[in-house]
Design a protein around this ligand. Structure first.
Ligand code: ADP
Length: 500
């Protein structure tokens, strides 16, 4: 086992990995930027090294500074977390060249999945079903039209080097094709420095279902259940759950075996995720993420397997601690990504100081975060405040636990997307598990988000009135609620006891 590991990331995921280190008796080294001087993760680590100014290009992406920090502190391995350098084969290679273990797959596996086109070619050759389309870059609108006629409209144009849904364009018919193609190319050029775009059929009623993979250096490869991530906004996941409501034991085995085949085709080791699109009973390989995912906690909750610890153990040369037959699914888990953003203003980021912060607890609740009261969320990085996870014996219990936890959550000082989560969780179709990636649009969830926000305002006003505030003034309501929260740190219930 390693003696010391450097965690090349920040925020909640840095703490998540350091927690695994602590349980394994491994020392942790944090790296931090100017903006993260007072961040929790930098304090949680056994050692912390300053790596540069706040912008990511000068700190968390500055490979030579990070390698130097590892060498200076004597760290034997680097865990990249997710984002930043986690899927950068150049960085993985740099670690390998410096005698530092990259806690993730080998650089050739990252390379193999780095381009969506190469990934499609490799998967097709391995007998993994891929979404109908092409396995080459296309720049001629005429050619795109011919492919579209074969697979049928609508189609989706995707940057080969893409990620985060950036530059993807859905095209309903030939009339929009040329402009969509040039727009996708120019977004790809500026975001990824590569304007290669290819075509896939745009599947109807698509559900995003992904399989967690774990593999060791000896080629032992298993699937650790699936996650459904169909609640998305602009192709970005907001709520994930495990298992998937459409899963049966037979389908799980079929998809899981194919996910293992996909991983073996690129000699994969460590934790990884094979993403599929599921549409009307069929499933197709979408892409493989060669890292630990944001949503990994729901898998940990239902299987009891600590994925971050397993990753470190297999990187240190140990065999996988379990076989496929030993993996069992217990109950149901849901994760809500709690972001500092304003759902009523098109989800605009809302960085700033957390004047009050109290996270929920109680049965079945897990909160992965890196914040505290008084912490200032910097504007430079993502807006994730925490990942709120609820586990229950079944889906219905996981949902009510999540609703109860959202009710308990106190976050004052920045806007959050909590109203969004409340609106989804009370939706009938969601509760029946009848979801797909268009759910938010199809159900007009944003109208309900406004209603939830309104209801929360009314509750605040009721509380303020019971406290004797002038409820004709928004500022007076806010001040009364704020001072109540600071005095009690409890969420105002529906029937507030107080002066009336
Ligand atoms: P990125 O790597 O940019 O995140 P992905 O290829 O993983 O892009 O796709 C992200 C999301 O876009 C999917 O979860 C799904 O919602 C949607 N999507 C992608 N490809 C298709 C497709 N062929 N048909 C329908 N939806 C798709």
């Amino acid at each position: 086992m390693f003696r010391k590991i450097l965690v090349a990331n920040r925020g909640e995921i840095a703490i998540r990995v350091m927690r695994a280190c602590r349980e394994l008796g491994v020392s942790s080294v944090a790296i931090y930027s100017e903006a993260d001087k007072n961040a929790l993760f930098a304090n949680y680590a056994d050692e912390a090294v300053f790596v540069g100014p706040s912008p990511t290009s000068q700190s968390y992406l500055k490979m030579e500074n990070i390698i130097k920090a590892a060498l200076d502190t004597g760290a034997e391995g680097i865990h990249p977390g997710y984002g930043f350098l986690s899927e950068n084969p150049v960085f993985a290679r740099l670690c390998e060249e410096n005698g530092i273990v990259f806690i993730g797959p080998a650089s050739y596996s990252i390379d193999a999945m780095g381009s969506k086109i190469t990934a499609r070619q490799t998967m097709k050759a391995a007998g993994v079903p891929i979404v109908p389309g092409v396995e080459k870059g296309i720049s001629d609108p005429q050619e795109v039209e011919e492919i579209a006629e074969q697979v049928g409209f609508p189609i989706i144009l995707k940057p080969a080097a893409g990620g985060g849904g950036i530059g993807m364009k859905i095209v309903d018919g030939p009339q929009d094709l040329a402009s969509a193609l040039s727009s996708s190319q120019s977004i790809a050029r500026s975001a990824f420095g590569d304007d290669t775009v290819y075509v896939e059929k745009y599947l109807p009623e698509p559900r995003h279902i992904e399989f967690q993979i774990m593999a060791d250096n000896r080629g032992n490869t298993v699937y650790v259940s699936e996650r459904e991530c169909s609640i998305q906004r602009r192709h970005q996941k907001l709520i994930e759950e495990s298992p998937s409501p459409v899963m049966t034991p037979e389908l799980r085995k079929k998809m899981g075996d194919i996910a293992v085949r996909a991983a073996k085709a690129i000699r994969y080791r460590s934790a990884g995720t094979v993403e599929f699109m599921y549409s009307r009973g069929n499933f197709y390989f979408l892409e493989m993420n060669t890292r630990l995912q944001v949503e990994h906690p729901i898998t940990e909750m239902v299987t009891g397997i600590d994925l971050a610890k397993e990753q470190i153990m297999v990187a240190s040369g140990e065999d996988l601690g379990f076989s496929q037959d030993e993996i069992e699914i217990r109950g149901w888990a849901i994760e809500c990504r709690i972001n500092a953003e304003d759902p009523l203003r098109d989800f605009a980021p809302s960085p700033g100081k957390l004047r009050r912060y109290r996270s929920p607890g109680g049965p079945g609740i897990r909160v992965d975060s890196g914040v505290y009261t008084g912490y200032v969320i910097p504007p430079y990085y993502d807006s994730l405040i925490s990942k709120l996870v609820a586990h229950g014996r079944n889906r219905a219990e996981a949902i009510v636990r999540m609703q109860r936890a959202l009710y308990e959550y106190i976050i004052v000082g920045v806007e959050t997307n909590i109203a969004f989560h409340k609106a989804v969780l009370r939706n009938d179709r969601f509760r029946q598990g009848d979801i797909n990636t268009h759910f938010i649009k199809e159900e007009n969830i944003m109208d309900d988000v406004k209603k939830v926000a309104q209801e929360d305002m009314v509750k605040g006003a009721t509380l303020a009135s019971s406290l004797g505030a002038d409820t004709r003034k928004i500022a007076a309501i806010a001040a009364a609620v704020d001072s109540y929260l600071s005095a009690t740190q409890i969420v105002p219930g529906n029937s507030v006891k107080g002066k009336s």
